[in-house]
Design a protein around this ligand. Sequence first.
Ligand SMILES: [Fe+2]
Length: 323
Amino acid sequence: MIYVTGDIHGTIDIRKLLKNNVTEKITENDYVIICGDFGLVWNYKKEDGKERKWLKWLNNQRWTTLFVDGNHECFPRLNSFPVKEWHGGRVHEVRPKVLHLMRGEIFEIEGSTFFAMGGASSHDRGPAKGDTDAVIGKSWWPEEIPSDEEMEYALKNLEKHGNKVDYIITHCLPTMYQGFVKQGQFPPDKVSEFFEKVNSIVKYEYWYSGHYHCNVDVTRNMSVVYSRIIPVGMPVRNADIIMGIPKYRTGETVLTMNGDEPALAMVLKVEPWGPVLKRSDEPMYEITFFGDDFSEKGIMIKESQIIEKSLIYEEEEEEDIDA
Ligand SMILES: [Fe+2]
């Protein structure tokens, strides 16, 4: 099996890969692909103890970790790892079971083809923040944007494959879709424009990106993934729920079942890791149904029992005010 997940940012968001109800299912010979912002090759001087420890941890897992680069990688160090031929394309071997899928390469894994193309513009540091001098070569690198040569290589390689692959793995999205996911927060850039072109000429089954720190199905076959770990080809909405990463917040209105009837409820309390004494395999929520007394203790339900977040109550309240 091949799984896809979003940014891990070194040790910051790696917890989704720690033992939980999803990764227990990942076995020998499986693959986990990270859609950029791997971040475990980060220290600009040399590999530090924290990186070493977590790279060792990843290398010791049953699965093989694959990643495209994002905008938060130390590119000079990443590019200095040995280049190897792997499944039809080139990788940087960070560890024997931790491989960087190089830009523009097409890999064949378990009978499917994967086009890998990392890179994205940082909006939290570097030129976007006007602080290039302070961070350049230390926590921001211009190589985050693929070069003309890398883009040309990618297009030629796609052409060689008849402009048809099963999966596309990137860090950012084509301009139009990144605008759709994060209205106005990510202006068009060289990479997103390049992906516009790729999107218009390449036929693909499914496209996954990271970068935007959300789990969103953008089109019928394009998703942004962050906290979820999903079997390749599956939309985010069908992916398993992960403990520790609750979808809903205190004070939100949600639609759930009250007996046999759908009913609106308010979230009173979030238990991201399940209740302390009774562990669950998914986040749990204390809720109270509208119409019940809010001051009384609510009931506990699992995240999978919530059908969706609802805005109905807020809209009704606004109408009342206008009236
Ligand atoms: Fe990120």
